[in-house]
Design a protein around this ligand. Structure first.
Ligand SMILES: [Cu+2]
Length: 147
């Protein structure tokens, strides 16, 4: 239990270091977009944490670290989008990429890390869901509160 918590804290520390010391608000000449980084672990079958709060309009870089033994997805969208995507994944395994605009979904293999950048434009609640067969139904989702 304690060991697992340590791993999470180390991951958060690493993510913080990766975005330049964690001090926000100062201008820099770096190529970074200044995105806020949120690290989420994927397990069999859950995300950790399963709830995050972000600021409206802020670009958030989600880093998904798959600690499980199965592939997991991360698909961003509200409940209706999640339901539509779940249906789509059931009929055709093709394409997390919906073509134009920003990518809203990725698949992360066991032991790997994947990134997804997203700017939430509307205040409210939306979701990140895993659409590997049965996972979303089993409750593999993150509640994203946009304030
Ligand atoms: Cu999953």
């Amino acid at each position: 239990m304690r060991g697992r918590l340590t791993v999470v804290l180390v991951l958060i520390a690493l993510a913080g270091a990766a975005c330049g010391g964690g001090h926000s608000g100062h201008t820099s000449s770096g190529a970074s977009t200044g995105a806020k980084t949120v690290t989420i672990e994927m397990r069999d079958i859950a995300y950790s944490p399963d709830a995050v709060t972000v600021k409206r309009g802020e670009t958030v870089r989600f880093v998904f670290a798959n600690r499980g033994t199965a592939p997991h997805d991360a698909f961003i969208g509200d409940e209706a989008a999640q339901a539509a995507h779940e249906k789509e994944m059931g009929t055709a395994m093709s394409g997390m990429d919906h073509g134009h605009g920003q990518t809203t979904g990725i698949t992360v293999q066991p032991g790997k890390t994947g990134q997804l950048e997203h700017a939430f434009q509307a205040a409210g609640t939306t979701l990140i869901g895993c659409h590997q067969p049965g996972h979303y139904a089993a409750g593999m989702k993150v509640t994203v509160t946009v304030v």
